[in-house]
Ligand binder design. Structure first.
Ligand SMILES: [Mn+2]
Length: 142
C-alpha cells in the first residue's frame, strides 16, 4: 500500500528518470518543494519497500515494481489533467487541482474518468456541446 506522499515521490522520480535519465535527491527536493533531508528519508523508505534501489553515491533506480506504479501514477496525473481540461476548468487551476485529487480516487473511478475522456475525444462535437451548456450557465449567472 502506498500513501499519497509516497505516490508523489514515486511519480516525480519516474518523471525525472524519463526526462533526464536519472533522479537526484536535489532534483526531487526541488520538484516537490521539500527539504533534501525529507527526500533522503522517503527514498530510504521506498528502498525498504522495494520501489527503488538507493545507493548514496550512485543515485537511485526504480525496481520493476517501482517502475510499474510510477508509470500508472504519471498516467493518472495526465488523465486527470485531460479530464479537467475537457470539462473546461481554467488552465491555471488544472495542475494544483489534479495534485489535490489524484491520490483520493480509486482506480475504478480513474478508469471511468478514462472512459469519459475517451467519450469526449471520440467526437469533438461533444466538447462543443458541453461548451454551449457552460456558456448558457454563465449567462444565467450574470
Ligand atoms: Mn501529480
Amino acid at each position: 500500500m502506498t500513501t499519497p506522499s509516497m505516490e508523489d515521490y514515486i511519480e516525480q522520480i519516474y518523471m525525472l528518470i524519463e526526462e533526464k535519465g536519472y533522479a537526484r535527491v536535489s532534483d526531487i527536493a526541488e520538484a516537490l518543494a521539500v527539504h533534501p533531508s525529507s527526500v533522503t528519508k522517503m527514498v530510504q523508505k521506498l528502498d525498504k519497500d522495494e520501489y527503488l534501489i538507493y545507493e548514496k553515491y550512485r543515485g537511485l533506480v526504480l525496481t520493476p515494481k517501482g517502475k510499474k506504479i510510477g508509470k500508472r501514477l504519471v498516467y493518472r496525473h495526465e488523465l486527470l489533467e485531460q479530464f479537467l481540461r475537457i470539462i473546461g476548468v481554467d488552465e491555471e487551476k488544472i495542475y494544483d487541482d489534479v495534485e489535490g485529487i489524484e491520490h483520493h480516487l480509486s482506480w475504478n473511478s480513474i478508469d471511468r474518468v478514462g472512459d469519459l475522456v475517451q467519450y469526449f475525444e471520440d467526437d469533438r462535437k461533444r466538447i462543443d456541446d458541453l461548451r454551449n451548456v457552460q456558456k448558457r450557465n454563465e449567462q444565467d449567472n450574470q
